[in-house]
Structures are given as structure tokens and as C-alpha cells.
Write a protein that binds this ligand. Structure first.
Ligand code: NAD
Length: 503
């Protein structure tokens, strides 16, 4: 049985029901009971869709796409602007609901909704900038240009740890690109999804140019995601979750020549050089490793520290970790909330046991009742197999190095490639880390941690992280199809490469 939270506030489940009301949303059709990781209290359950329902939803999504693709992009942007307005109005309620369902501290719950607002703003501007290239033609009186067209229904599969923001990254871009959307949220966080989708539905209902079923929510488990993944009517599957999930999804989508955008597991590392500002390092590492109770794909899991500062830094980190307030994440004073479920809690124990067997020396990581656990620092003699795996928990493995190239080799020697950072005041070290021979990750930071990305940059990683890019920069292109167009405005028919075919 889950123990009660460490400090006393209202029952989390009852508050979740109230928050839905505050957002003006009807209670969901009741489904299997859900419990908040904060205190184990019951929340409104949501009924799952069945396989036939998913197939029908895909058919409706195709019909909606056929209308939406002809709506001019800036008008599509207006719908996303209205979604952003709904989110601004209900930021507090949705942020609290995320906290109650997922367990992240309230400032991070609110931050998640802010991220949704930010991507809406970004997408609104982008709706006037979906531009291709014009390209010089070798043929006289010819134009060549690239045109970006809407793609079709986009299937979005999301993970529990960012239950709504990752959907918004995809939804805001897909909508301005002229696509309809189908969202299969994590089975662990359906309530936040129900609320976020309810806000979009409200914006759609008030928007004349938006077709019915432009966006649909598919509540259910992995089997529901599998139906979406297998269906050729869904040209793009954007899937966020574990590498195991991506390995299955990537293959299945490829088999039907669909497109997949995969955002999978990470195993972020930070190198701390001999010249590092240690005050800054302690703050960056503590948030990077222990923030969100280690349940971010960009969570710092490996710390590679120069031998000359290792003892001092690790000592300071142990004190910083021990001082972190752990408890009900609705209390703004708490920086560490619960793990998502009992399985996640067990994964901490299992990983720590394996690390000990490999010679690791553990500080912290003790259970605190319920689903709460203290963050752990594990000093490792080498990067053994447990360190090379992603354990989705607040465990920081530390390693020593003497030479920067050795540190970079350790950083790269894992299957994942999402995020990385270096803390140094030495320009040569920083630039080496950022060079082609440096970090091999999709994200490389200097003098900061590995998590907390802004929406303006393209987000994603290499290797087993899946290779996808979402959110800012030119990530929108994944949601459109590119057409190369050639126009002959002359009277002759010259052929490219000087080919002659006179008739
Ligand atoms: P998970 O893989 O268990 O589930 C993610 C989603 O995939 C869920 O909606 C689940 O129902 C669905 N799913 C699982 N197997 C599927 C299949 N075969 N076909 C279709 N759908 C399937 O992941 P989780 O525990 O919810 O989230 C944690 C993981 O997500 C971590 O590995 C974390 O690193 C990763 N993550 C990555 C990013 C990123 O941007 N790279 C962001 C957030 C989380």
C-alpha cells in the first residue's frame, strides 16, 4: 500500500477532480481507478478506447485532414493561438493537475504548461513562415522551387514524464502544418491528457474553419498505440518513450514505409573540468540529476569529474543532495516529489544493488515512505553496464578522469545520445567539447546542466535516443511533405543534363 505523503495537504485525488471543474471540463467517462503518486488517493479514471474505436478515429482523422489541409496556414495558426490563450487562462489548474498525476514539483508542473504556451506562440509565428527554397534551374525559362504540403493524420504517442508538453510540441506544429492529430498519451497520465485535449477541443469548437475530429484523444495502453503505429493511413508517428518502445515502433512504421519521429531514452553526462566554477557546478548538477526525481529524458545520470577537483566537488554534492526537501510536490518548498509508481521505485533499488556489485560506493538513495526516495550519488570505479543503461530515477554515477579526450570518450561510450554538458571556464575545453570530436549528443551545453531545454531549439538525440527532432528550429518539416516543383514558362522543351530526345 502506498504510504501517505510526507506533509499534509488536501487529498490529491479530490483536488484533481476539482481542477477539471475549474477548467470547465466535464468529468471523464469513468474507467479503471487511477491513483496519485503523491499520496495514493483515487483520481477520476478514464475509459479506454478499443481497437475498433481507434480504426474509426483514424478514418475520421483522414476526413478532417482533407478539409484542414486547404485552410491557409496563418488561419491554422489562429487556432493554435486560441489554444495558447486557453492554456494561459488555465495554466495554474493544468499545471497542478500534472503535478498531482505525475508527481513533479509544482513549479515544474507550471513550467510544463508554460512550455506548451511557448510552443503555441512559436507555431503561430511559424504559420506565416512555412517556406521552401527557390532553386536556380539549368534550363532556360524554367523555375524550380520546393513546396511544403500538409502530410496527413499524425499519430502522437507520449510518455508519462512530460504528460502534456510533448504532445503540445507535436500538436502545435502539426496543426499549423495542416495535419490532423491522434494522441495516445501514457496510460500512467491520462487525466492531464484529457484536460489538455479538452482545452484544444474547446478552441476547435469555437473555430469555424476547424473540421470535426481534427484532434482525437485515444486513451489506452500500448495495444492502442500499436494499432496507430500499424495503420498506413497515419503517415507520421511521433513517439516519445523508452528505447524498447522505439525499437518496436520504428521497425513497424518502417515496414509500411511510414515516417517516424522517435524521442527515446537518454543517459546524459556532464564533464567537470579542473577550471570549473564549483558553485555553479553544484547547482547545475543537483538540478540536473535530482530535479523531477530523475524522471526526465535529459536527467544527468553520469558525472565525469577531473581528478584534481573530484573529492571537493563530490563532497559538496553529497551535502547538496542530502539537503533537498522531499515531499508533497504541491508544496512549493518541496524540490523532490515521488516516483511515478512502485515499479519505478523498485528500479532504484535494483540499479543501486547492481552498481554496488560493480564496486560502486553509494550515498543516499534511501526510501522515504510511499513512492518517495532520496537522490543517490554512486561513485563508480568504471563505466560498467548499469551506468550505460538508463535507469529512470535520481541516481548520479560519478567517474574520474585526467585527460579531456578520455572524458569525452567515456561520455560517448553509451548507446544513448540525447544530452550532455561541460562545466569549465577554459575556452579550449569548451570548444573541443562542442566540436565534431566532442559530444555526440543532440544537445551539448556549456556551464549548465543537461536538462531544461527551451522550445526554440530542435530537441532530440542520436543513437538509441532515436534521431528525431521536435519543437523549435526547422523541426516543423517532419510534419509536412516536400515537393520539388519545376515550371517551364518558355515555348521550348529543353531537357536537363543536355539530353536530346527530338520528336
Ligand atoms: P514507455 O516506453 O513505457 O511508454 C511511452 C508510450 O509508448 C506510452 O504511451 C506507451 O503506452 C507507448 N507504447 C509502449 N510500447 C508501445 C508499442 N510497442 N507501440 C506503441 N506504443 C507503445 O515510456 P515511459 O515510461 O512512459 O517514459 C519514460 C521513457 O521515455 C524514458 O526512457 C525517457 O527517457 C523517455 N522519454 C524520452 C523523451 C525524449 O524526448 N527523448 C522525452 C520524455 C521521455
Amino acid at each position: 500500500m502506498r504510504a501517505t505523503a510526507l506533509n499534509h495537504q488536501d487529498n490529491a485525488g479530490a483536488e484533481a477532480a476539482r481542477l477539471l471543474q475549474d477548467m470547465g471540463l466535464a468529468p471523464p467517462d469513468s474507467g479503471p481507478a487511477l491513483t496519485s503518486p503523491i499520496d495514493g488517493s483515487g483520481m477520476p479514471g478514464i475509459a479506454s478506447i478499443d481497437v475498433a474505436g481507434v480504426r474509426a478515429a483514424i478514418a475520421q482523422s483522414v476526413t478532417a485532414f482533407h478539409e484542414w489541409r486547404s485552410v491557409p496556414p496563418p488561419i491554422r495558426g489562429e487556432l493554435v493561438r486560441r489554444l495558447g490563450a486557453e492554456l494561459r487562462t488555465h495554466k495554474d489548474a493544468l499545471g497542478r493537475l500534472v503535478t498531482i498525476e505525475m508527481g513533479k514539483p509544482i513549479s515544474e508542473g507550471l513550467g510544463e504548461v508554460q512550455e506548451m504556451i511557448d510552443i503555441c506562440d512559436f507555431a503561430v509565428g511559424l504559420s506565416r513562415q512555412l517556406h521552401g527554397l527557390t532553386i536556380a534551374s539549368e534550363r532556360p525559362s524554367h523555375h524550380m522551387r520546393e513546396m511544403w504540403h500538409p502530410l496527413g493524420p499524425v499519430g502522437i504517442i507520449s510518455a508519462f514524464n512530460f504528460p502534456v508538453a510533448v504532445w503540445a510540441w507535436n500538436a502545435a506544429l502539426a496543426l499549423i502544418c495542416g495535419d490532423s492529430i491522434l494522441w495516445k498519451p501514457s496510460e500512467k497520465t491520462p487525466l492531464s491528457a484529457y484536460a489538455a485535449h479538452g482545452l484544444l477541443n474547446r478552441a476547435i469548437a469555437d473555430f469555424d474553419q476547424a473540421p470535426r475530429n481534427l484532434s482525437q484523444l485515444l486513451i489506452g495502453g500500448r495495444e492502442i498505440g500499436e494499432v496507430l503505429v500499424a495503420d498506413p493511413r497515419v503517415p507520421l508517428i511521433s513517439a516519445t518513450g523508452s528505447t524498447a518502445m522505439g525499437r518496436s515502433v520504428g521497425v513497424r512504421v518502417a515496414e509500411r514505409f511510414g515516417r517516424s519521429l522517435l524521442e527515446l531514452g537518454g543517459n546524459a553526462a556532464t564533464i567537470v573540468g579542473p577550471s570549473a566554477d564549483l558553485d555553479l557546478a553544484v547547482r547545475a548538477i543537483t538540478f540536473g540529476a535530482a530535479g523531477t526525481t530523475g524522471q526526465r529524458c535529459t536527467t544527468m545520470r553520469r558525472l565525469i569529474v577531473h581528478d584534481s577537483i573530484y573529492d571537493e566537488l563530490i563532497d559538496r554534492l553529497k551535502r547538496a543532495f542530502a539537503s533537498l526537501p522531499i515531499g508533497d510536490p504541491r508544496d512549493p518548498a518541496m524540490l523532490i516529489g515521488p516516483m511515478i509508481d512502485a515499479r519505478a521505485l523498485q528500479s532504484v533499488e535494483r540499479a543501486i544493488d547492481r552498481a554496488r556489485t560493480d564496486g560502486g560506493v553509494v550515498t543516499g538513495g534511501e526510501k522515504r515512505g510511499g513512492l518517495y526516495v532520496g537522490p543517490a550519488i554512486v561513485e563508480m570505479p568504471a563505466q560498467t553496464s548499469i551506468v550505460r543503461e538508463e535507469t529512470f530515477a535520481p541516481i548520479l554515477y560519478t567517474l574520474r578522469y585526467n585527460d579531456l579526450h578520455e572524458a569525452i570518450a567515456i561520455l560517448r561510450d553509451v548507446p544513448q545520445g540525447l544530452s550532455s554538458s561541460i562545466i569549465t571556464t577554459d575556452l579550449r575545453e569548451a570548444e573541443t567539447f562542442l566540436s565534431a570530436t566532442g559530444s555526440d549528443c543532440g544537445i551539448a551545453n556549456v556551464n549548465m546542466g543537461t536538462s531544461g531545454a527551451e522550445i526554440g531549439g530542435a530537441f532530440g538525440g542520436e543513437k538509441e535516443t532515436g534521431g528525431g527532432r521536435e519543437s523549435g528550429s526547422d523541426a516543423w518539416r517532419a510534419y509536412m511533405r516536400r515537393q520539388t516543383q519545376n515550371v517551364n514558362y518558355g515555348r521550348d522543351l529543353p531537357l536537363a543534363q543536355g539530353v536530346v530526345f527530338d520528336v
